[in-house]
Design a protein around this ligand. Structure first.
Ligand code: EPU
Length: 436
């Protein structure tokens, strides 16, 4: 498959897409299966690159992984779990950050774990300091070697009291996956409470874990000595749903996202409505459409759940280039997630970046010289350009921009988009996009 796509824009996207399980839950649930002494079954699993990467990582550890694309059922048999080689892990992990989450489960089940150098999308530093602090607090010993970090737990893992400096999704998952089988009680304050984390907690509970979530972002876990496999249906990918919704808005289209769940998308739906988009919630999904007339400018700030997700920001910025007036976007989760707008300007958009916090709150990045606020002036007709995908969500946003633009754009490095958007080429074609 070639790593570029030609998009002839200027047409509305109309029709239906089926959105399956959430990339950012499915990959973690597959890791959770490692904790079970019996096989697990995960349902509604999409065919995306991240699922392939985690499947390879599990297979390297002796896990039998069997995935049926049509039904979306993935079985993981962990009864033959065994250690893997650091070089193989690094080779299969690609740019994924998932290996860091394997540490707790592998320490419990095998007494050792290895992490290669971690990648992920180029949207900021994306450090792993929170993760290592948590693992060492539980009692893990970390040794740095040429092939990565080697972890062991000679004295076992014991429950901790911990407070996160920031409600990090990955660090909360790290703590959950380690605490469930650690000796004694673990408490976490300032935890992330994204729906994907709630689904992970439900999955762990099915496995035999004892976890309670309080209303103040605190989580308490009582460690148990053994967990079994689970059978669980993944929640829908709300980032993919938001991406299609933004595509409907930017192209003046009408898209039914089959599988979309309202309860996980409250802040997105409010924003979509304020911009001037319309939506109908049905039991089977949500229809998103542009009702005609002008879109409205808005002030938007990304935040941890229940705020407006950072992953919705990039597609929505493309739609805002078509809104009348000045929109303000303040990115408070990642310091470098607005860099993708330079290509939009190349296509005719007017997006200006600022180092200041242009929102109603001061965020961590305000004093640090990061261009993390944007002012978008619209509406601006977009024209075709040759653009290179910088990261997963920025990449899909470039496709939206190319679909909204007059003329034929060439978008390169699109392989990254396969990490999180199932069959996006087929779905685009079904919606009437002209791509080759
Ligand atoms: N952070 C640290 N130290 C750490 C970990 C995080 O400083 O050890 C900082 C990050 O640099 C960032 C902030 O904490 O500024 C939030 O990061 P978080 O840990 O919440 O993000 P993550 O777990 O690495 C997941 C998703 C991201 C999504 C974020 C926020 C996965 C695999 N990734 O990342 O998804 O944007 O949560 O919701 O679940 C995507 O799907 O395209 C994507 C990037």
């Amino acid at each position: 498959m070639t790593d570029s796509i030609r998009v002839t824009g200027g047409r509305a996207l109309n029709g239906e897409v089926h959105v399956r399980g959430a990339k950012n839950f499915v990959s973690k649930a597959m890791v959770a299966a490692l904790l079970g002494s019996t096989p697990s079954t995960l349902r509604n699993v999409p065919r995306i690159l991240d699922v392939e990467i985690v499947s390879s990582l599990l297979r390297l550890h002796g896990v039998g992984v069997d995935y049926d694309v049509e039904s979306g059922v993935l079985n993981a048999d962990t009864t033959t779990l065994s250690p893997a080689d650091a070089v193989d892990i690094a080779q299969h992990a690609g740019s994924s950050r998932i290996p860091i989450l394997l540490c707790g489960p592998l320490l419990h089940r095998l007494g050792a774990a290895v992490i290669p150098d971690l990648g992920g999308c180029r949207i900021g530093d994306r450090p792993i300091d929170f993760h290592l602090e948590i693992l060492t607090k539980f009692g893990a010993e970390v040794r740095q070697a040429d092939d990565g970090l080697h972890l062991s737990a000679p004295n076992g893992l014991r429950g901790i009291k911990h407070e996160l400096a920031y409600p990090s999704v990955g660090a909360t998952e790290q703590l959950l996956l380690t605490a469930v089988m650690a000796e004694g009680i673990t408490t976490l304050h300032n935890a992330a409470v994204e729906p994907e984390i709630k689904d992970l907690i439900d999955t762990l509970q099915k496995m035999g874990a004892i976890i309670s979530v309080d209303t103040d972002r605190s989580i308490t876990i009582e460690g148990v000595t053994e967990l079994r496999g689970y059978d669980h249906v993944s929640l829908t990918d709300r980032i993919e749903v938001g991406s299609w919704a933004a595509a409907a808005l930017a192209t003046g289209g009408d898209i039914f996202a089959r599988g979309a769940q309202q309860r996980h998308m409250g802040s997105f739906l409010n924003t979509f409505r304020k911009v001037g988009g319309e939506f109908d919630v049905t039991p089977d999904g949500i229809r998103f459409y542009h009702p005609g007339g002008d879109l409205k400018s808005i002030a938007l700030q990304t935040d941890v759940h229940p705020g407006f997700m950072t992953d919705w920001q990039q597609p929505m910025v493309v739609a805002l280039t078509q809104a009348k007036g000045l929109s303000i976007v303040h990115e408070t989760v990642y310091e470098n997630r607005l860099g993708f707008t330079s290509a939009l300007n190349q296509m005719g958009a007017h997006v200006q970046l600022f180092r200041e916090c242009l929102g109603d709150k001061q965020c961590r990045f305000g004093q640090q010289n990061y261009q993390h606020s944007a002012v978008i002036s619209g509406p601006t007709p977009l024209k075709a350009a040759d653009i290179e995908v910088p990261d997963l969500r920025g990449g899909f946003s470039y496709l939206i921009a190319a679909l909204a633009a007059e003329g034929t754009s060439t978008v390169t490095n699109i392989g990254i988009i396969d990490r999180g958007y199932e069959n996006f080429r087929g779905k685009l074609t079904a919606l009437g996009a002209v791509i080759d």
